[in-house]
Ligand binder design. Structure first.
Ligand code: PBG
Ligand code: ZN
Ligand code: ZN
Length: 333
């Protein structure tokens, strides 16, 4: 039986190099952003047991830890504040941008040690509120959108003034992108600070290890009324368009692997801005657990997830694997 010549595919990817050519984009060090948990105990360095190999660190441990990573090509980090002092939490999260708080201290410390490192800051209140929700709560238990946006704006502007290169609100309150962009303009930083929106952030089961690391689990209820429902493809498209319209400079999709269609939607809807994907704590922990159980090789699987994320359209990847990628030279070949 004669085979149609156009049916023959294997010749196109027989060599390792011709396999690489199949990628529209290759992962580079510039694409990787590494999450850092910074506590208010200066000398702390505590392993987060549900997030294999990842630590919460105090301000004095940051530079020693990051030096070798920066030498190996770390280009950007995203900071999460983890206040441990009981006095650091209240109903409105008023310590979120305290000058002596972990994020502002972290920005200043990292900027002076590594002037070229791009510093993004997650902007949210859940680490600072006594109830663990991402905004200010009304008496009836719902988020007070206006008050929450006011506090999120204040927090973002505090980080921007302290020297952050990027503010990234993850709170999901309606209208926060416009408020932050306006706030940046009010303080004259709109042409210096990048605004990355957690635009399509889904409620789900993959944030547990992060909440252990950040101590930010809600004390009642869940986040389903402000983070998107996993099946909400249309809602994600509306959120992406809205945040773009309000002035987002980067659109993020989170989590990554179960939401590759949403990344592809973001790429299509937001063609004029870079798309970021957050491979979240639960994704990282799952890959570790399965590798440990012998299901697959850790590096091979992690790299396959990156290929999928890039194929879908993201060019910024926030991942806890960044450390290992750099230290073990996963991109060198
Ligand atoms: N709003 C806080 C925030 N910012 C980033 C993450 C998740 C990151 C991860 O799981 O790695 C979360 C957790 C949440 O929304 O509960
Ligand atoms: Zn957050
Ligand atoms: Zn939050």
């Amino acid at each position: 039986m004669a085979v149609e010549l156009s049916s023959i595919l294997h010749g196109g990817f027989a060599h390792p190099l011709s396999r690489k050519w199949q990628a529209e984009r290759q992962l580079t060090k510039e694409m990787l952003m590494y999450p850092l948990f910074i506590t208010d105990c200066p000398d702390e360095e505590t392993l987060v047991s549900s997030l294999p190999g990842q630590y919460r660190r105090g301000i004095n441990k940051l530079v020693p830890f990051l030096t070798s990573l920066v030498e190996r090509g770390l280009k950007s980090v995203i900071l999460f504040g983890v206040p441990l002092a009981p006095t650091a939490k209240d109903p409105v999260g008023s310590q979120s941008c305290a000058p002596h708080g972990p994020v502002i201290q972290g920005i200043q410390t990292l900027k002076s040690a590594f002037p070229g490192l791009f510093i993004a800051c997650d902007v949210c209140l859940c680490e600072y509120t006594s109830h663990g929700h991402c905004g200010v709560i009304r008496p009836d238990g719902r988020l007070d959108n206006a008050l929450s946006v006011q506090r999120i704006k204040e927090t973002a502007i505090g980080y921007a003034i302290a020297g952050a290169d990027c503010v990234a609100p993850s709170d999901m309150n309606d209208g926060r992108i416009r408020a932050i962009k306006e706030g940046l303009r009010e303080v004259g930083l709109e042409n210096k600070v990048l605004l990355m929106s957690y635009a399509a952030k889904f409620a789900g089961n993959l944030y547990g290890p992060f909440r252990d690391a950040a101590g930010s689990a809600p004390s009642f209820g869940d986040r389903k009324c402000y983070q998107l429902p996993p099946s909400g493809k249309g809602l994600a498209r509306r959120a992406i368009l809205r945040d773009l319209n309000e002035g987002a400079d980067v659109i993020m999709v989170k989590p990554a692997s179960a939401y590759l269609d949403v990344i592809a939607d973001a790429k299509e809807l937001a063609r004029n801005v870079p798309i970021a994907a957050y491979q979240v704590s639960g994704e990282y922990a799952m890959i570790h657990a399965a590798a440990k159980a012998g299901v697959f090789d850790l590096k091979a699987m992690a790299m396959e997830t990156f290929e999928g994320i890039l194929r879908a359209g993201a060019t910024i990847v926030i991942s806890y694997f960044t450390e290992q990628v750099l230290l073990e030279g996963w991109l060198d070949n």
